[in-house]
Design a protein around this ligand. Structure first.
Ligand SMILES: Cc1ncc(COP(=O)(O)O)c(C=O)c1O
Length: 372
């Protein structure tokens, strides 16, 4: 294809994101009534009533720009994490913060070391800057290969990414392996640990990366989100917890000044003030995942050990035909797509009846695909 001259060399190699079904696109389309959206790891429950109320009130002041660095929200995050407000950067989803990391740190000739399969932003962000995305395959159980990540570092490495619990596998890193990363990544390399599913892991006894990261001498960043456990994915709020104001200031250098909607900030403050609601959502997701895990294993498939709000398993044949059969039945789940993992399927935890519907649709799809 002839690409226009105005695209930079690195951007020529990227493809445009598109084609993903969302609640609004499906509603607009109208051909599927009551779709089950189990492909984006969202919370299936609506936001806390406090969020709905606070946002409805705040919309009356939307003629004004919001804060570039909302300190009220940062203080709420400080209360929970102990990270000082000057080390916190709030983003348009944690996706934005992860993208800013590459903008801040990378250029042609540099590399970023990262796990695969994992969240795509690490590699897309690095490549958009003309840097090399150095991919290290996860271990058999789906957790990041910490030794492999450390071995992939060389003199041109500026950033090392890790993800716990990892998406799309769900596997968390044990504390000792987080410690190995914290100690093994050189002091002049930025260590980024993506903890988008931290709250689910924490509800099951996980300690998260902060206790280890606090002992690191070199620069570090942990990213978290309100899209999952706090049920406001559509509001777009995530944040970075940095080990120093230096890292936070670097991110702010490349951040859009008014990256946050004022309504999103209000929504986040209200969501964080209703912890009981979030814990209810988390508990239901974990209970459903445990139930689904057993049912999928009973169907004869090996699930990966997940600590997040989704479960993945190996279908042992190309997943794509089964996935499209299921979407024709109104059930949206996701194949991993990563090279070498074409048989892996991920299901986000929805309402119990949606999860049951997913299994029934899956069974039907497997049968039809086998017969065809
Ligand atoms: C591992 C991981 N990191 C980051 C994100 C980004 O989430 P958000 O931009 O909604 O905060 C996601 C979303 O699915 C994710 O799975």
């Amino acid at each position: 294809m002839n690409l226009p001259r105005f695209l930079s060399l690195p951007v020529r190699a990227l493809s445009a994101f598109g084609g993903v079904h969302t609640a609004t696109s499906l509603e607009r389309d109208g051909s599927i009534s009551k779709p089950a959206l189990l492909h984006l790891n969202e919370c299936p429950y609506p936001p806390s009533p406090r969020v709905v109320e606070a946002v409805s009130r705040a919309v009356a002041t939307a003629n004004r720009y919001g804060d570039p660095r909302p300190d009220g929200l940062a203080r709420l995050i400080t209360e929970r994490t102990g990270i000082p407000p000057e080390n916190i950067v709030i983003g348009n989803g944690s996706d934005e913060i992860l993208g800013l990391v590459s903008q801040m740190a990378l250029q042609a000739g540099d590399n970023a070391v990262m796990p695969t399969p994992s969240f795509p932003r690490y590699r897309l962000g690095a490549r958009a800057m003309g840097a090399e995305a150095r991919l290290v395959r996860n271990l058999e159980d789906g957790r990041n290969d910490v030794l492999g990540l450390l071995q992939a570092i060389d003199a041109n490495t500026k950033v090392v990414f890790a993800c716990t619990p990892n998406n799309p596998s769900g596997a968390p890193l044990p504390q000792a392996e987080i410690r190995a990363l914290v100690q093994g990544v050189p002091d002049d390399v930025l260590l980024v640990i993506d903890e988008a599913y931290y709250e689910f892991d924490a509800a099951q006894g996980g300690l998260g990366a902060l206790p280890e990261l606090r002992g690191r001498h070199g620069p570090w960043l942990s990213t978290r989100t309100l899209s999952k456990a706090y049920a406001i994915a559509g509001m777009r709020i995530g944040y970075g917890l940095a080990g120093s104001a230096e890292v936070a200031d670097g991110l702010v250098r490349v951040k859009l000044n008014f990256n946050l909607s004022c309504l999103a900030v209000v929504a986040a403050e209200a969501a964080l003030s209703d912890e009981a609601y979030a814990q209810g959502c988390i508990a239901k997701a974990v209970a459903e995942r445990e139930r689904m895990d057993i049912l999928i294993e009973e169907m004869g498939y090996r699930t990966l050990p997940s600590r997040a709000n989704f479960v993945s398993f190996d279908y042992r044949a190309s997943a794509a035909p089964v996935i499209s059969h299921m979407s024709a039945q109104g059930v949206f789940i996701r194949e991993w797509r990563d090279p070498g993992y074409e048989s892996f399927i991920r299901i986000s935890m929805g309402l119990p009846q949606e999860n049951d519907r997913a299994l029934a649709a899956f069974a039907r799809a497997v049968q039809d695909v086998d017969v065809a």
